[in-house]
Design a protein around this ligand. Sequence first.
Ligand code: GLN
Length: 481
Amino acid sequence: MSESKSEYLDLPIPELVAKVRNQEVTAEFLVNQSLELIKANQDYHAILDVNQSALDQAKAIDKAIADGETLGVLSGVPFIAKDNFLTKNTKTTAASKMLDNFQAPYQASAIDKLEAAGAIMVAKANLDEFAHGSSTENSAYGPTKNPHDSSKVPGGSSGGSAAAVALNITPFALGTDTGGSIRLPASFCGVVGYKPTYGLVSRYGVIAMASSTDVIGPITRSVSDSAYVLDVLAGQDVNDSTTIKRQDSYLINQDGNKKRDLKGIKFGIIKEHLEMIEDKDVLANIKAAIDKLKAAGADIKEVSLSNSEASLPVYYILAPAEISSNLARYDGVKYGFSSKQAKDLLDTYLLSRGSGFGSESIRRILTGTYVLSSGYQDAYYKQAQKVRSLIVKEYEDIFADVDFLIGPTAATTAFDLGAKPDPISMYKSDYMTIAANLAGIPAISIPSGNVGNLPVGLQLQGPQGQDKQLLDVAHVIGELI
Ligand code: GLN
């Protein structure tokens, strides 16, 4: 792994902010460091576009601080956003030829909130096209490589964001998680990936994939940094009617830095997830982590998510259905790629969509259109919705019995680039992350050491709306394992 050592960028975010506020370091210096690290790590291909206004934004923050203004809780902190967030000062491509060179007319609420708190977006990160994938190999601009081993994938679809944080380019990055796209790359890159409760962070201005499971979340080096960033992002937004009320605060250890132990906290291990792990070393890693929890007083028992098996097919019916609808707007007429070969309107639709979308996005549009078609929607779409309700109900029953679920984020460590050309084998990478999206519950992947030189991720899931509780317990576990 390349060593991106930086005197300041590797500090916990609140400490970094304190240094900017007391003028020990300038925002300009930090942004310059991030920009240099982007250049030095170009070979990993984590970044698609750089914000040319970042230095000006940093200088404005430094000036305000010098003028004695009180600035926000992320003052001077550089960050990177996945390239499916609409942003003012860079292109927004979703890693698709369909949006090559696209300049968004407005900016995502999440970016606005971070900027209002003083953070500076330095770049946009690579992803699977329209977030369709688990390895970042579906990007129209070529794959991102894993910082721990450049012959491996970083996971996806927020692979560029996770790789950038693992490379220490910025202290945090934004990702989106529709079926695991924050947690899987976090697990493969050895960083923390947090998927909030559905609706906790506004999706306004994020390119829609599957609207009923899309969420936005931070990728960081520590749980407490994720909580710190969430505290800025969370809350209702008039521009996104699915947003929900936030909890008072997400910050960790406000009550005098006391570490909680795990006595009396009930954890369930999903039996079906453990059974899926074929790699003995990954299994041993997860079991060792669980043993440490037991030693810290946690009350752990096996539980069954009997609908686990169904999660994958249910998701790969419902997500394509929503994708086919959300991607209908790319018609070669309104905006985005338009084929020059087209002779009439129908030609414009067919040629623009036929060559603007990559093969995985086309596969999803076709599958989604099929499962929604009049002859088949009862057999597929409606049936999948019924099974989704069973999954939601089963989680509710489990959380009546245990406080949190614990287990692996993925059955393997990062796999070789090009290892999964068959879509079904790629889809199976999401086996352990997808059910949380279908149920809308919060989930987090934290690093659990390495197998060989590759990181393993431990996943924690909690009941809907209990993000604060989940982050608190993940923080304690992160310090323990
Ligand atoms: N890997 C899953 C998919 O390809 C999830 C993607 C995501 O969360 N954006 O659909």
